[in-house]
Design a binder for this molecule. Structure first.
Ligand SMILES: [Zn+2]
Length: 332
């Protein structure tokens, strides 16, 4: 059940009902707005170009539970194991079941199918085509050394390499607007001048990386931009970030394709963190991906999700300082 924010004039139950009503009508209309792509699987080459091949093969077992027992990491009396879960050692909080590997290659395959479709559409359509992949498990915390933070494979990183390797697109721009830092994507391209990684996230959130001075290294210095935002940042903040940071960066980099790690846990109603993004904020961000706008319907529907009574004042002074600092570091 949703919790009320201090000062809210709408009881939690009513708020839940309001959201539920609008969400259901929106979800029901999604099918009529989309072309659904038949699922495909990622292949070995797709994974090995973004992570250590031995990681891929160690995960590629028919039964990770048997593997864990063999290696003596878990005893049969382990409570997690009784539930069919294996903790992936050294991965941050990531568990696997006997089907995790297969599900993860389908998840990564969704990103590849999306890139294939968008590239194919771009050859017959002058307007820049867009698409949307709804993927689980997520990927942006998975590092080249292996799974991390509930992520098995770096889905967007694999899609980026696929765009370059298979479709010959040289320059890839990745925007990550999840409330957490996309450390895995950050690491995968940290020294790569042809992939620009831009993440804004709540300062201090998991996994604690993504500071202002993490800008890339070697040839890739300057093609990683991390903007930690103070808690309480919301719609006004993100509109400013969009206009003064994201757009100038993309215009300067001149990408051949833009990929977005679209996590929605920065929404004001998500208790996992403390940003105040609204559906209207995501509508603004989706101006780089009209497909998401199509899913939301017209803007009036997007605004129906947002109840201004639950929003607190944004930390304007801290936000201004953060944006000035990142503009100075990246000469924007
Ligand atoms: Zn997240």
């Amino acid at each position: 059940m949703l919790k009320e924010k201090p000062g809210s004039e709408i009881p939690g139950d009513s708020l839940f009902f309001l959201c539920y009503k609008t969400k259901v009508s929106s979800v029901l209309s999604i099918n009529s707005r989309c072309t659904v792509i038949i699922k495909r699987h990622g292949e070995e080459a797709d994974f090995c170009c973004t992570l250590n091949c031995s990681v891929y093969f160690s995960l590629n077992t028919t039964n990770v539970i048997d593997q864990a027992l063999e290696k003596g990491r878990h005893s049969k009396k382990n409570k997690d194991l009784e539930k069919g879960l294996v903790f992936i050692e050294g991965s941050g909080p990531t568990y696997a079941t006997s089907t995790t590997f297969q599900e993860s290659i389908v998840a990564a395959g969704a990103g590849l199918a999306l890139v294939d479709s968008v590239v194919a559409a771009s050859k017959i359509n002058k307007d820049s085509p867009t698409g949307f992949a709804l993927i689980r498990p997520p990927g942006h915390h998975a590092i080249p050394q292996g799974p991390m933070g509930f992520c098995i494979f770096g889905n967007v990183a694999i899609a980026a390499r696929h765009a370059q390797r298979v479709h010959g697109l040289k320059r890839v721009f990745i925007i990550d607007f999840d409330v957490h830092h996309g450390n895995g994507t950050n690491d995968a391209f940290y020294d790569d001048p042809d992939v620009f990684f831009l993440s804004f996230h709540q300062d201090g959130s998991y996994p604690g990386t993504g500071k202002f001075d993490e800008v890339g290294t070697g040839d890739g210095e300057g093609t990683t931009l991390n903007l930690p935002l103070p808690e309480g940042s919301g719609d006004t903040t993100i509109r400013t970030v969009f206009d003064e940071v994201i757009v100038p960066c993309a215009q300067r980099f001149k990408p051949d394709i833009i990929l977005v790690s679209a996590g929605y846990d920065g929404h004001v109603l998500d208790d996992i963190a403390s940003l105040q993004l609204t559906t209207g904020t995501y509508y603004t961000l989706a101006s780089v991906a009209d497909t998401f706008r199509a899913l939301l319907g017209d803007k009036s529907l997007a605004s129906e999700f947002d109840n201004p009574n639950i929003l607190n004042e944004e930390p304007t002074k801290k936000v201004k300082q953060a944006i000035q600092r990142i503009k100075c570091i990246h000469s924007l």
